[in-house]
Design a protein around this ligand. Structure first.
Ligand code: ARG
Length: 459
């Protein structure tokens, strides 16, 4: 047991208590942030004359040595230390002696861990944004290639109106664009430096908090020392961002699974992104999409856990907050894997555009357009709705599409129909006429694609 706080104790900590309290097994992940933060703190202590420049130089050299030795495998982070902060400080003192004991001047583990966690979340946001960006480029590509790939649009899982594959993918493009900007917002709000808040009430040393903040590339120091050490809003925000991303990926996965089914066959997942069955030789399963859908629960769990952990904590730091790490790390790892794998899966899937088009033809997706035809010829919409309803019933009975009925049959239901009805309800016409902003018509889609082009160029 290597602890930083033995002085006021007369008894050893019980082993089980020690193990329960320790966080090294998971917070060792924060080593580089911890050392980077300590380097900035020591630099500032030197700059303000709180330690001498010799002491500062030897601390900096010691800290850099620890980081290098760990990353090159010469030094192992073992469970004999309580947490990553104790590991670094104990090793520093071993290396450089008394100067190492001065590193913690004007600092507490409370502001230290608040800093480490903020820096970790900050750098992970950068990585997650890069993964979302790659996904956005893939979606953009799919959109550009499928402006006239017709497919049925659904409501209630029932064929509703014809759209295009580009338009359907465009809906996800919007979701992931929002996800990207949400991550940027979270980053902007968290980007203030808590170091210098001390245990909770600042310190009597003349720390230069502006300097530490700028050395660590923060916009500035945080403004309330009690909040600084007990704020984990940015963790909750990131977990919310990730939960929303996972919700989007999960909905998309659900569609991929449906489209990949024998019954739909709108797409075929690549062999490299599918798995087989141990007993049924014919199977090619969409396990990756199912796992993405399944892992969504895990990320939501992290968000719920963190919200619940924080809800009863009085100001300022309490040890409950150590629980911010494991689920957050897991949620970040999970979401990153899911985004990357999902992107690979959709970039390798094969589109069965013939099946999509056939499916659009069967299922009366053009019934609204048939009603609109009547409206354009003076029939009030409510009456037109009733007429087409009867027409659909007749066609269902015959087992054909509206397009397959003869003009005589159509006229029997409404004399308003003329030869041009067939063109008016053709797939091409149904889609091409829908050109209001956001609709699937090619002119509207081209505008959106141009907007997306500039969105992507600015990332
Ligand atoms: N391992 C602790 C955490 O993650 C570090 C802060 C400890 N501070 C304290 N006062 N015990 O929260």
């Amino acid at each position: 047991m290597a602890q930083l706080w033995g002085g006021r104790f007369t008894k050893e900590t019980d082993q089980m208590v020690y193990d329960f309290n320790a966080s090294i097994s998971f917070d060792k992940r924060l080593l580089s942030q911890d050392i980077e933060g300590s380097i900035a703190h020591a630099t500032m202590l030197g700059e303000t004359g709180i330690i001498t420049s010799d002491e500062r130089d030897s601390i900096l050299e010691g800290l850099r040595g620890i980081l290098m030795d760990v990353s090159e495998g010469r030094l192992e982070i073992t469970n004999e230390y309580e947490d990553v902060h104790s590991f670094v400080e104990a090793n520093l003192i071993d290396r450089i002696g008394d100067a190492g004991k001065k590193l913690h001047t004007g600092r507490s583990r409370n502001d230290q861990v608040a800093l480490d966690m903020r820096m970790y979340v900050r750098s992970e946001i950068g990585e997650i944004k890069a993964d979302v960006k790659a996904l956005l480029f893939e979606l953009h590509d799919l959109m550009k290639k499928n402006l006239d790939t017709y497919m049925p649009g659904f409501t209630h899982m029932q064929k509703a109106q014809p759209v295009t594959f580009a338009h359907h993918i465009g809906a996800y493009m919007e979701m992931f664009k929002r996800d990207y900007t949400r991550l940027t917002d979270t980053y902007e709000r968290l980007n203030y430096c808590p170091l210098g808040a001390g245990a909770l009430a600042g310190t009597t040393y003349p720390l230069d908090r502006e300097l530490t903040a700028s050395l660590l590339h923060f916009k500035g120091p945080t403004l309330n020392s009690m909040d600084s050490v007990s704020d984990r809003d940015y963790v909750i925000e990131l977990l919310s961002d990730l939960s929303i991303i996972m919700m989007h990926l999960s909905r998309f996965s659900e569609e991929i699974i449906t489209w990949n089914s024998n019954e739909y066959s709108f797409i075929e997942l690549d062999d490299s992104y599918s798995t087989g069955s141990s007993i049924m030789p014919q199977k090619k399963n969409p396990d990756i999409a199912e796992l993405v859908r399944g892992k969504t629960g895990r990320v939501y769990g992290a968000l719920m856990s963190m919200l619940t952990t924080m809800k009863g904590i009085p100001l300022a730091y309490n040890k409950d907050m150590q629980e911010d790490k494991e689920f957050t790390f897991d949620a970040i790892d999970t979401a990153k894997d899911c985004i990357v794998l999902f992107t690979g899966m959709i970039s390798t899937m094969r589109l069965r555009t013939d099946k999509m088009e056939q499916s659009t033809m069967r299922g009366f997706a053009n019934a609204t357009d048939a009603a609109d035809y009547l409206v354009k010829h003076g029939v009030p919409f409510r009456d037109a709705h009733g007429i087409i309803g009867r027409l659909v019933l007749y066609a269902i009975d015959k087992g054909v599409a509206i397009d397959d009925l003869s003009l005589e049959e159509l006229k029997e239901i409404s004399p308003v129909f003329e030869e041009d009805i067939y063109q008016a309800i053709s797939l091409k016409e149904c889609v091409e006429k829908r050109n209001t902003i956001g609709a699937p018509g090619p002119d509207a889609m081209k505008k959106v694609i141009a907007e997306n082009e500039s969105f992507l160029a600015a990332l």
